[in-house]
Structures are given as structure tokens and as C-alpha cells.
Design a protein around this ligand. Structure first.
Ligand SMILES: [Zn+2]
Length: 321
């Protein structure tokens, strides 16, 4: 009886604790003015807004721009850039941008219609992939699938995996911001480029601790090409060609991947956002290779590109030892 009473009291307390949460948030009044409207007339110089499509590129743009302009990232961090689609509100922000910074090469698949609309309306654009040497998917990389993004010769959009490529992006973007927005970021660009060089060196040094034979990557999808190229890894294969076509991965594709993992004596399988965990686990089990989660398309909690790439390299080096 006593126990039952205690239980009831506990339940009542829990329910009471829960209730304010569901009742506290008043439903927003439709059509009300945004509370956080920026005091644009208060700032001394006219504040420009730069819209960046996704978080990893957004981090670098924020590092470059500092408080010299507003930097807005369209996709919420952690969403898959290959998939995400903007809301009406997001589209409004994009259409009003003073400059849009995009990755290009089809990364922003779900945003392309909106970006085209902005382009047609005369919004200024900077495309990161215009300023690097684009990598093409090579023969023998990954498993053959019907996905055009993964076909041999396809342009690889994952350019943020190479800090030296990001350096080229920074240099070109600073030049364009000066031309388009009249903001001189040359000192900040120089500083950021130096930090990217240092990051590149740091990762190169870290990778040196791995024997050549261990530098083999199996990932969720073909996202590590630029990293592999820059830091001397071999791309052995990918579990799925992309999130949208995961259902198309056939038993024979997976059998081929398992054989590649065994033949190459791969030390770890890296899964990413969108990799079906059950498939990865099954491959890991059947090949006796460990499965490790890798963050490839979003920034960590501190929002820093530098932490992102440093952590990524560390997980890879630790996983392949
Ligand atoms: Zn990707």
C-alpha cells in the first residue's frame, strides 16, 4: 500500500513537472512581426547579409567575415546537404541576400530550384567549387551503382575535406566580397589562410603515424575523395551511393564491397549521416571489421571548421591503427 502511494505521488510529481513544458510555450500568433527584427537603421555602416548554403562552408565564411557582415547559414547543422529543402521563410532570406555562397557541383540538390530563382532575380553568387581543382570519381572507387553522382567521372562535391582547397576558396571569396559588397577582408583572409595551412600540416603529421598499408577508407558514401587525395589514402568502397538510393544497394553490391574490404585488409568501416546502421553493422560483422561513426557533413558544437577536420582526421587515424 505504502509503495503504491509513493508510486502515485511520484507519478503526480512527474506529470506536474511535465505539464508546464507543454503549456508554457504560447502558440505564435500568425502574421505577427518577428521579435528579433534587426535594428538595421541603428548600425553605422549598412549591414550586408551573406547567405551560405550549409554549415561546414558557413563556418569558414564566418571565420573570414567576422562581424563585418551578417552570415546566415540556410541548412540547419546536422541535416544532410544532399537532401535538405528550404522552407518559405528560408527562401525569403535567400532571395534578400546581398551575396549567396554555395558549394556547387550538385551538393545543394534540394535547394537548387531556389538558388536558380535567386540567380534569375539578380542575387550575387559565389560558388566555392569554381575556385578549386574539381575531383572526379575514379575507376575502381566505390561500388558501381546507377546513381549519376557516383558514376566514374562524376564531379565530387565534397571539397571541404581538403583544407588547401578551402584556402583557395577563402582567397577567392575575400576578393569577391570586396568587389560585390565593398568590404575589405584582406587581413582576415591572410590570417585564415595561414591557419588553414597549419591545419593541413597538422593533419599530414597526424596521418604519418599510420602505416601506408592501413590508409584505406570504406565510408557510408563517397565523401572522402578530397581528403584521400590530399592525405594519401586509398578509397576502397562505399556502402551506399547516396541516401536517396539506399534501397538500390543490392546483395551483389554488398557482396562485392565485403570482398573489397577483405582483399584490402581494411581496418575500419566509417559510417556517416544517412548510412543505414543495420547494413553497416552486417558488413562489419561478416568481415570482422569494426564500424565507426564519422562526422563528414556537419560542424561540431563549437561550430568550427578547424575542430571538424581535426576531429575527423583523429577518428580516422585512431580507427585505422
Ligand atoms: Zn556527401
Amino acid at each position: 500500500m505504502m509503495k503504491k502511494m509513493m508510486w502515485l505521488i511520484l507519478m503526480a510529481a512527474l506529470m506536474a513537472a511535465c505539464q508546464p513544458v507543454s503549456q508554457a510555450a504560447p502558440s505564435p500568433t500568425a502574421g505577427s512581426a518577428p521579435i528579433n527584427a534587426s535594428p538595421s537603421n541603428a548600425a553605422a555602416p549598412a549591414t550586408k547579409t551573406i547567405v551560405v548554403t550549409y554549415s561546414v562552408l558557413g563556418s569558414i565564411v564566418k571565420d573570414l567575415v567576422g562581424d563585418r557582415a551578417n552570415v546566415v547559414v540556410s541548412m540547419p547543422n546536422g541535416q544532410d546537404p544532399h537532401e535538405w529543402e528550404p522552407s518559405a521563410k528560408d527562401i525569403e532570406v535567400i532571395m534578400k541576400a546581398d551575396l549567396i555562397v554555395q558549394n556547387g557541383l550538385g551538393l545543394e540538390g534540394g535547394m537548387e530550384k531556389t538558388l536558380q530563382q535567386a540567380h534569375d532575380a539578380g542575387v550575387k553568387f559565389f560558388t566555392a567549387s569554381d575556385h578549386i581543382t574539381v575531383r572526379h570519381v575514379g575507376a575502381g572507387e566505390g561500388i558501381p551503382t546507377g546513381d549519376p553522382d557516383q558514376a566514374v567521372g562524376a564531379e565530387d562535391p565534397h571539397l571541404w575535406m581538403d583544407p588547401v582547397d578551402m584556402k583557395s576558396v577563402v582567397e577567392a571569396l575575400a576578393t569577391q566580397i570586396k568587389t560585390d559588397l565593398g568590404i575589405d577582408l584582406s587581413d582576415r583572409a591572410k590570417d585564415l589562410e595561414g591557419r588553414l595551412d597549419a591545419l593541413n600540416q597538422e593533419i599530414s603529421d597526424k596521418v604519418k603515424s599510420l602505416p601506408d598499408a592501413n590508409r584505406k577508407l570504406v565510408t557510408g558514401h563517397e565523401s572522402m575523395g578530397y581528403f584521400a587525395q590530399q592525405f594519401g589514402f586509398k578509397l576502397v568502397g562505399a556502402i551506399i551511393p547516396s541516401i536517396t538510393s539506399q534501397a538500390e544497394v543490392s546483395a551483389s553490391d554488398l557482396a562485392a564491397l565485403k570482398k573489397l574490404i577483405q582483399d584490402n585488409q581494411v581496418k575500419a568501416i566509417f559510417t556517416e549521416l544517412g548510412t543505414p546502421p543495420a547494413v553497416a553493422e552486417a558488413i562489419g560483422k561478416e568481415t570482422s571489421v569494426k564500424v565507426i561513426e564519422l562526422t563528414t557533413h556537419s560542424v561540431p558544437s563549437d561550430g568550427s571548421y578547424f575542430t571538424f577536420l581535426r576531429d575527423l582526421a583523429q577518428v580516422i587515424v585512431d580507427g585505422l591503427k
